[in-house]
Design a binder for this molecule. Structure first.
Ligand code: BT5
Length: 259
């Protein structure tokens, strides 16, 4: 990186994407949302070297210094909002595959509900899905935001965090190479999702997920539930078995392992 923020190497992406490369932005999700409202097409990919106000879910901060990957995709799938959320699971699998290429063979990449990617049990990436809806409730665009810690991570987080370098990725691995690998694998998984539906995505995701079949604590906006994490349903909701035969579907929240 040179002092003026220009980097020599630009990402090479498959033609399905239209890259909007920015140096610094408040949030790539906000920029993608703005472009979507102006009619940006499916596959528009907003990428920034840093974010000044990167966001997590529920308005939380996402630390976004230079050296990590920040991108937001404008997606316009022909389906209702409830199905479009499946794309978060598609993206988590794609990133898992992409990381398999850049990390040492013994590094273990897992996923955590709803949309985190972990390496060696630490969070290296998070996804933020935001839907733009039509007045009739139909989906206008889905903004799929992805942050990947390539070279930096925050220390004081409730769930332990890490970055790819700290987990053994080579010095040649940078935000551009991770972006390229993710973009390729995302296309592969989206095509599979379009051809075969959610079933293969769900199966693979459940195999890679932490906590399936175990006791978890789900912290929701107004209550905390404890039960066994059984599976995810068609909308990506977590199916929690509270007691035998009594299930609750959790659409949004945070899960913790009861221990
Ligand atoms: C997420 O939220 O994990 C979604 C993160 C999405 C970030 C991308 S970057 C590109 C796009 N543009 C945006 O503005 N956002 C998206 P959540 O599950 O709520 O996790 C947030 C929590 O993770 C914070 O409250 C911290 O505890 C922790 N955290 C913050 N920054 C982190 C980082 N860089 N790495 C790991 N954990 C972090």
């Amino acid at each position: 990186m040179s002092a003026d923020g220009e980097d020599a190497r630009q990402p090479k992406l498959p033609p399905a994407y239209r890259l909007v490369a920015l140096d610094s932005v408040e949030s790539t999700n906000d920029e993608a949302k703005r472009l979507a409202r102006e009619g940006a097409e499916d596959g528009t990919l907003v990428w920034a070297r840093e974010q000044r106000r990167g966001r997590g879910r529920y308005g939380r901060d996402w630390e976004s210094p230079r050296g990590n990957l920040y991108l937001s995709l404008v997606l316009r799938p022909d389906c209702p909002v409830s199905e479009a959320t499946q794309l978060g699971f598609v993206a988590a699998l794609a990133l898992g595959d992409a990381l398999g290429v850049v990390l040492p063979p013994l590094a273990e990449t897992r996923v955590k509900w709803p949309n985190d990617v972990l390496v060696n049990d630490k969070k290296v990436a998070g996804l933020l899905l935001e839907a733009e809806t039509e007045p009739d409730g139909g989906l206008a665009a889905l903004i799929l935001g992805l942050g990947v810690n390539v070279a930096h991570h925050p220390e004081e987080t409730p769930f332990p965090a890490s970055n790819l370098r700290a987990e053994g990725a080579g010095a040649d691995v940078d935000e551009v190479s991770v972006l390229e690998a993710f973009a390729r694998h995302f296309l592969t998984w989206v095509n599979r999702w379009l051809d075969e539906g959610f079933a293969p995505v769900r199966d693979r995701w459940l195999k890679r997920a932490i906590g399936v079949g175990e006791q978890v604590e789900a912290r929701l906006a107004h209550e905390t539930l404890t039960g066994t994490f059984r599976e995810i349903d068609e909308t990506g909701a977590l199916v929690l078995e509270l007691t035998e035969g009594e299930q609750r579907r959790i659409a949004a929240g945070d899960v913790y392992f009861a221990g």
